[in-house]
Design a protein around this ligand. Structure first.
Ligand SMILES: Nc1ncnc2c1ncn2[C@@H]1O[C@H](COP(=O)(O)OP(=O)(O)OP(=O)(O)O)[C@@H](O)[C@H]1O
Ligand SMILES: [Mg+2]
Length: 235
């Protein structure tokens, strides 16, 4: 029995974050970008990169009034004489000193978090470009005062590619469902970034264009990707 419309409603009404809250997040992010461009923080800002579930369209409605967030990277040139902790700590100070954000800002190891009413948050992390070599990208660990290599642009591109291969936005829908299961059942924990990556790793280039009908109709009945994988791996 197919329950396509019920399933669509379940995703829409229970799992997905509603559009009003996404719109609010987006207007908060826009205001934060404008603030960063004109505040006292020294680094030259080269642009912004959207990250995390908000950017990857894997964000879900928080279960039991939990929080949800947008993750924003601010791409900057290196500053002479600054170590890793300076980028985060001084960005935190710029927000803390502001009349608009002072009471909403908290500085963590890698980012500054702005918290709005309704458990809505925006995380802003400095991403230093071309410090180690031309084109290198590094996030900054304030506690350890250490730069960490990062590939956020490639990661986003990889997730988009997985989603395109999966067809019908399936990768994003499955990721949202798995995150919902994790949060509603509370029988297992897994950081979202890891869960999303593990799911993305189950999708291969040869999954493109396949759907469940393919294996049912094929002579050998084994053309669906998971079944082919089981056979290939001897499982
Ligand atoms: N341990 C990590 N290593 C590398 N990158 C990380 C790590 N943790 C977070 N990130 C980066 O920060 C982004 C946001 O992480 P976050 O924990 O908010 O997950 P998310 O995918 O946004 O899910 P959620 O909906 O739970 O917020 C990730 O997409 C990833 O780019
Ligand atoms: Mg997030």
């Amino acid at each position: 029995m197919k329950l396509v419309s019920q399933f669509t409603s379940f995703l829409k009404d229970t799992v997905n974050l509603n559009q009003t809250r996404i719109d609010l997040l987006e207007s908060n992010v826009e205001a934060i970008r404008n603030f960063i461009r004109q505040c006292e923080w020294s680094p030259r800002v080269r642009g912004f990169e959207e990250q995390g579930s908000w950017a990857h369209d894997t964000i879900i409605k928080p279960v039991d009034g939990g929080e949800f967030d947008a993750d924003l990277l601010v791409v900057v040139d290196p500053v002479d004489g600054w170590s890793a902790k300076d980028y985060v700590a001084k960005l935190g100070k710029a927000f803390a000193d502001s009349s608009v954000y002072g009471s909403k800002a908290k500085t963590w190891d890698y980012c500054v978090t702005i918290t709005y009413p309704g458990e809505r948050k925006v995380d802003i992390a400095p991403l230093v470009r071309s410090r180690k070599y031309d084109g290198s990208l590094e996030v900054c660990n304030r506690a350890a005062d250490r730069f960490d290599a990062s590939e956020p642009v490639e990661f986003t591109a990889w997730l988009r590619e997985r989603n395109a291969l999966s067809g019908s936005n399936s990768f994003r829908k499955v990721t949202r469902l798995m995150k919902y299961l994790r949060d509603i059942k509370t029988t297992f924990t897994c950081p979202s970034v890891l869960l999303t990556t593990l799911l993305g790793m189950q999708i291969y280039w040869y999954d493109k264009g396949l759907c469940c009908k393919d294996w049912r109709q094929s002579e050998v009945g084994c053309r669906s990707a998971p079944i082919r994988r089981l056979l290939r791996n001897g499982g």
